[in-house]
Design a protein around this ligand. Sequence first.
Ligand SMILES: [Zn+2]
Length: 361
Amino acid sequence: MILPRIQDRGLRKCLGPGDLNKKTILVVHQSRMLTLLGHEKNIELLKRYATEDRPAHAYLFSGRQGIGKKTAAFEFARMVNCPEFFNHAETFECHTCKRILSNAHPDIHLELPDRNLIRIDAVRKILSFLKYPPIEGQYRIVIIDEAHLMNRSAQNAMLKTLEEPPPNRMIILVSSQPSSLLQTVRSRLRQISFGPLSEEHLRTLLSREEKLTEHQMETALAMAAGSLERARLKSSPENIQFRSSVISAIFEDKDTLYRDVMELSAEAGVEKSKTTDLLEIVSSVIRDALVTNLGAESSLINSDYGSLIKRLSQNNSPSQLMRVYDEVLRASARLDLDVNLSRNLVLDVTFLKIESILTRI
Ligand SMILES: [Zn+2]
């Protein structure tokens, strides 16, 4: 039974342990493979690398979160470790491919961050995994997800292996923030960057996963920023409700402003991700109003709030909008820099400043 070895959180999230029979695993593989949609050029490139005489031993798959980088890393592992891959790339019946895609292959190790950190202990385990030659496949492969979360000593511990790995070993670092990796690490990697998913691809992927109402779909697409993971998150009823209360509290002219924004900052201040979402929503609306001022309305992020954005741009000068934008950026930077800062306090002050600048509508 291979199931206890499945470590992929995404897989666990969408299926309970009891649901993981052979058939569902296959369906999950197929839907996971679909997330490679939009990355066809990179997949072709990886196929070329896989068939090189001596493929590079260390790679960096970079690009924003939730677009399919990790799936591509497993796909690359299939290319180099399944001897029949090029005869059955699109099918999932092969025993080797199935185990690779379930993260149950003895020569493949996936390392995920633990509480937002990849510690040196984890790197030591990785290095000892790489000490041994492959058991079944041609390569022993380590995939490190969100590799920038390795601290400095963890990254330094990898340097020697990245420089001179034993033969038939491969390391794939996956990262949404590659610039946070040490330059000495990055310079040893063959980098492949993955672009954001197009609206068309996101729509296809989302509509295959679950039935969304038109409003859920539009909101998800508006807030996805090219990421399937974000699109999934943003299409939930709670997120749709949250976004609508943010836009209403900050931009609509009502007598209840103070109460509304204080409630909002109390709600959003609880979790960092919610605070980030809130600031992102506000900055995206301001950005849209600025874009509308310039006459480029077709490229709105919040296209479902088109009329509100139009009124906002008519009632506020570009310099007013820029000042609001600066306030939001400043708040984000402050919160990023100082983890001990009270999120509620920063949000309260930011909203009050915005109120003094913006002509609400
Ligand atoms: Zn295969």
